[in-house]
Design a protein around this ligand. Sequence first.
Ligand code: 5GP
Ligand code: ZN
Length: 139
Amino acid sequence: MDDCIFCKIVKGEIPSFKVYEDEKVFAFEDINPISPGHTLIIPKRHAQDLWEISGDDLTAIHLASKKIIKAIQDALQPSGVACVQLNGPGANQVVLHYHLHLVPRLAGDPELPVATWELKEGDMEAVRETADKIAAAIK
Ligand code: 5GP
Ligand code: ZN
């Protein structure tokens, strides 16, 4: 897509700090890192989100995430790595080109809000009804 910043990064039209590339995937450092080593993995072929991305590209991204998370572990020794992926503006996806965030967690880092939601017991009848609705819609 011509006006997509991540497509421009793949094409080298916008500079980036690349950490990995293969036939399907490009991975680079986030310019607003939540922590050192905050890495984005994207498909080279434009797809907006999890609804749009092909199975092959999604597989390639997740295989790359395994390789890169190992490199992060070896290079930075984090205490954990949060893998975060947002779909749609309603979920705060800002760049509309699929990307998986790898966010290394270091001792003393501020909490990631997405990883610290409060656990409140659900209404099991409502949970069951929703599960049935989703299960019935699976194609
Ligand atoms: P989202 O909220 O869409 O999941 O996150 C988009 C991410 O892309 C943000 O963390 C933001 O810092 C990063 N980002 C936005 N523009 C650029 C850019 O031009 N270069 C790089 N490397 N990262 C970017
Ligand atoms: Zn794009």
